[in-house]
Design a protein around this ligand. Structure first.
Ligand SMILES: O=P(O)(O)OC[C@H]1O[C@H](O)[C@H](O)[C@@H](O)[C@@H]1O
Length: 523
């Protein structure tokens, strides 16, 4: 029997509050702790939490919290197809799009694992036909580029994953097609992307789960207009990815259509047809399959009930301790990997759209902090930008570093006795210790207080499997945190009001304040 309780009703939470400030990070951090406070992740990655403000006692109360809030049972129920998205009365099945970690899940007599796998197979066959030249553009040209049109979850995850594997694919001979993305309704986005490709050799992927998103539909027509003006037949240059119930479904105006469903939230859709189409076209279906394998392995590891052996659960619980006990308002995602340049942007949506909520699953106000603000940039770039505040600002911002021993492309240069990859990893190591330990100085302006916590996810190299595991780690972390806070992490009502008011502006039905702003733009 599962109980959905608010965090502040739990005994373990009350205990946890009494453990505030037990750890002095600059004193606690030691070589043995760096070795000991680490747990293996899927696909050869590891989660290191030596520089977090936790100790054995805090970790054992976090384990009690996990048991009392039934985090693993709730995850298992989600995998088994229970209606976890209560606000929209939906199952939550993104994990099923990358393998079976729970029971078979059926909806209206359809086995949904077979449905997701079937769409993946259809995409693989379609991609093979494009790569072999069996399917060509309307003037007979082979397709060389693919442009995804979508926004939010239909853009951020797939774009971040594409960029994450581009150099790896190039170096390993897996790159089949160039991919670009159009998301913004700002016409300059579509113009810039369209002018960077040869339209006759470009396949567009229209991606919208709902099939109703204003920006995406506007960009579809924008692109179709450009295709027509170039003398090309849009129906031979565009495929669609949508849900079977959307207005875009079953439209013969697309070269092909691939489907996902309402049980996969937009921000969790990278492993469905939403990410599958672009990644399979760009890097081949086998690369996408390897990415799914890594994600599935991470999903399985998230079922472990010992928090010390479950990196996603541990990461989630430490985050709750930082947010609700230590009161830290935000978290920075800092990948020391250029390939992950858009990964923080993806996590902004994944985390903040999921856990940026003020009411619980039953719609009652909660009396504790929920999801933190998420932001980030790759290192070392961030060091020359916002790290000043992170080191010496008045807020403490927990940091999630990500790093790899090897680069993806392998090409490197030795300058002043070290390679660039070595410099990158040296910077990462240095930052963790600088944040944790600080440095005393008699000049207050040069004083580093330290005591600034971070975790490190690391691996040998960012491969498709490692990327899948990394993505699933964060998705599962967000899910566990939502369970701790007793939220529905799978709806996003907070994005609706702006859409309604936008329609009012465009239809001329405005209140005075709205009208005043609209007038600034001559509307
Ligand atoms: O895929 P679509 O239905 O076009 O939705 C695209 C995006 O827009 C919405 O406003 C939501 O905030 C996102 O969660 C979603 O990913």
């Amino acid at each position: 029997m599962i109980n959905w309780n608010n965090l502040d009703t739990l005994n373990a939470y009350k205990k946890l509050l009494s453990l505030k400030g037990q750890v002095n990070l600059s004193q606690a951090l030691s070589a043995s702790r760096v070795k000991e406070y680490q747990t293996p992740m899927a696909a050869g990655l590891a989660y290191n939490y030596a520089a977090k403000e936790v100790n054995e006692q805090i970790l054992s109360v976090l384990a009690e919290l996990s048991a009392e809030q039934q985090l693993i049972e709730k995850y298992q129920a989600l995998l088994d197809g229970e209606v976890i998205n209560t606000g929209e009365n939906r199952k939550v099945l993104h994990q099923l799009s990358r393998g079976q970690a729970g029971k078979d899940v059926f909806f209206q007599g359809k086995n949904l694992r077979d449905f997701y796998a079937g769409e993946q197979k259809k995409i693989a066959d379609f991609a093979a036909s494009v790569h072999s030249g069996k399917i060509v553009g309307s003037k007979g040209d082979r397709f060389a580029s693919v442009v995804q049109i979508g926004i939010g979850g239909s853009d951020l995850g797939p774009r971040a994953m594409y960029l994450a594997l581009e150099q790896w694919a190039q170096a390993s001979g897996k790159k089949k097609m160039e991919a670009r993305f159009i998301s913004n309704v700002d016409p300059d986005d579509a113009v810039a992307v369209a002018s960077s490709v040869e339209l006759a050799k470009t396949l567009f992927i229209l991606v919208s789960k709902s099939g109703t998103t204003q920006e995406t539909l506007a960009n579809e027509l924008f692109v179709k207009d450009l295709l027509k003006k170039a003398g090309l037949d849009p129906s031979k240059h565009m495929i669609a990815v949508t849900s079977e119930t959307s207005p875009l479904a079953n439209n013969p105006g697309y070269l092909a259509s691939f489907y996902m469903d309402d049980f996969i939230g937009g921000r969790y859709s990278s492993c469905s047809a939403v990410g599958g189409a672009v990644l399979s076209l760009a890097f081949g279906p086998e690369t996408f399959a390897a990415f799914l394998d890594g994600a599935h392995a991470a999903d399985k590891s998230a079922l472990e009930s010992d928090i010390r052996k479950n990196p996603a659960l541990l990461d989630a619980l430490i985050g709750v301790y930082e947010r609700n006990v230590l009161g830290y308002p935000s978290t920075a995602i800092l990948p020391y990997s250029q390939a992950l340049s858009r990964f923080p942007a993806h996590l902004q949506q994944a985390d903040m759209e999921s856990n940026g909520k003020q009411v619980n699953r039953r719609g009652e106000a909660v009396r504790y902090a929920t999801g933190p603000v998420i932001f980030g940039e790759p290192g070392t770039n961030g060091q020359h930008s916002f790290f000043q505040l992170l080191h010496q600002g008045t807020d403490i911002v927990p940091l999630q570093f990500i790093g790899f021993q090897e680069s993806q492309a392998g090409a490197d240069v030795v300058v002043e006795g070290s390679t660039s990859q070595k410099k990158l990893c040296a910077n990462l190591s240095a930052q963790i210790v600088a944040f944790a330990c600080g440095k005393q100085d008699t000049n207050p302006n040069k004083n580093f207080p330290g005591g600034r916590p971070s975790s490190l996810i690391w691996g040998k190299k960012l491969t498709p499997e490692a990327l899948g595991a990394l993505l699933a780690h964060f998705e599962n972390k967000i899910m566990f945190q939502g369970f701790v806070w007793n939220l529905n992490s799978f709806d996003q009502e907070g994005v609706q009001l702006g859409k309604v008011l936008t329609k009012k502006v465009l239809s001329g039905d405005m209140d005075p304040a709205l009208k005043a702003y609209a007038e600034i733009f001559g509307l």
